[in-house]
Design a protein around this ligand. Structure first.
Ligand code: ADP
Ligand code: MG
Length: 377
């Protein structure tokens, strides 16, 4: 999606990807098939490109650092390094005076004994390389901790208190090299089994809460001297208090609806930031609900391969289909998404429920009463 946005603005794109038939490589003008830390490949990429960015969080920060010898690199390697390490990330967010989930570091055997009992029930997360709920394990009580840690191969982890959440929100911000900032409308997210399932834009928030979310994103982006698109995942506690869950130094799955719903998408914004162009207008053009399409949809109840009924999805007004061209569908793998537009959130929601029905997905979370009662016209 980033490649397409760049190309639509007249740029040519070269993708470095260890996989030969990945979605971005299929769209880009050039592809270098090599490991993310291959010095020769990085040299070739740096020589070819005026500017480099990353769409994937786990590109090693030292590779980005190396590329700075050749060309512009945005976001900065240091910011990516913080986001790649849950321990450093939490420490950094706290240093900005922003709250994170109560947690403790588990790095050695004896840590299991000294952990504060109030953290249980908890979620143990690897400090590095987790995504879509991978590298996580629920730990109900202290007695389960060592086994869970060993199951995660005894790597450095954080143990987080499992919170009761009112809502999950995300805020996507773009920051230019001159410190200018633009914010997309706050998004409300629902996860299933640790994987994003539904995003609603705009979130059903009062103006003060949205302002607080923007202030958190601004503070983090400024402190990181960030350039580019950054997503801050927020937990809203039962009392309405906002905590930072994690940050993603890239366009984010919860922002995919900005392609149709906003004047500039998060991908266009990333291109603009990377190219040193003025940031785009992030205004909402239409409320929207995004449904993720996981590989599970390509298998019937009996496990036999099937093609999801996309002709019935596209018969729903406002439905926009995005398939990423991934060759193999696997359960839990993100294969694409559907964004459903409507003149009001209530209409978008009603349509998204129809799409969910067609695909046998769980229904999107119900709207707040004042939104659902609003006339569906
Ligand atoms: P990932 O890197 O896989 O996105 P996250 O830390 O964002 O990892 O966790 C994925 C999801 O799991 C979250 O969006 C949330 O739904 C749930 N989750 C994670 N940590 C907690 C927590 N401490 N309390 C409650 N739910 C959590
Ligand atoms: Mg997350």
């Amino acid at each position: 999606m980033f490649c397409m946005a760049a190309q639509s603005m007249g740029y040519r794109v070269c993708v470095l990807d260890p996989v030969a038939d990945g979605p971005a490589g299929a769209v880009a003008e050039r592809q270098i098939v090599a490991a993310y830390d291959d010095p020769a490949a990085l040299g070739e990429l740096g020589a070819l490109c005026a500017a480099v960015t990353t769409e994937f969080e786990n590109v090693p920060a030292p590779s980005l650092q190396l590329l700075t010898q050749h060309c512009l690199v945005r976001p900065p390697a240091d910011a990516v390094a913080v986001a790649q390490d849950r321990i450093a990330e939490k420490r950094f967010v706290l240093s900005c005076g922003i709250d994170v989930v109560p947690h403790a570091v588990v790095a050695k055997h004896s840590d299991a004994q000294s952990i504060d009992s109030t953290l249980f029930p908890a979620i143990l997360k690897t400090a590095h390389l987790g995504y879509d709920g991978k590298g996580q394990s629920e730990v109900r009580e202290r007695g389960e901790l060592v086994a869970a840690w060993q199951q995660l191969r005894s790597v450095h982890c954080v143990l987080e208190k499992k919170l009761t959440l009112r809502r999950e929100l995300s805020i996507i911000i773009a920051r230019g090299a001159d410190g200018t900032k633009e914010y997309f409308p706050v998004v409300e997210n629902a996860h299933r089994r640790g994987i994003l399932a539904v995003s609603m834009i705009p979130a059903q928030l009062d103006a003060d809460q949205a302002k607080r979310a923007r202030a958190i994103a601004a503070q983090i982006a400024d402190a990181l001297q960030y350039v580019g698109v950054l997503c801050v995942e927020l937990f809203e506690g039962d009392d309405g208090h906002l905590l930072v869950n994690e940050i993603a130094p890239r366009p984010h799955n919860s922002g995919h609806a900005t392609i149709e719903a906003c004047a500039s998408s998060q991908f266009v914004q990333q291109v603009r930031a990377l190219a040193g162009m003025p940031l785009g207008d992030t205004s909402l053009l239409s409320p929207a609900i995004m449904l993720n399409l996981l590989g599970d949809l390509w298998f019937g109840d009996d496990g036999a391969p099937q093609t999801p009924a996309f002709e019935r999805v596209l018969a729903v007004p406002g439905a926009c289909l995005h398939l990423y061209g991934k060759r193999d569908a696997r359960p839990g793998r993100k294969m694409g998404h559907v964004t459903v537009l409507g003149h009001s959130l209530a209409i978008a929601h009603q349509r998204a429920c129809r799409v969910a029905d067609v695909l046998s997905l769980e229904q999107p979370q119900p709207l707040a009463p004042d939104n659902s009662q609003r006339a569906l016209q």
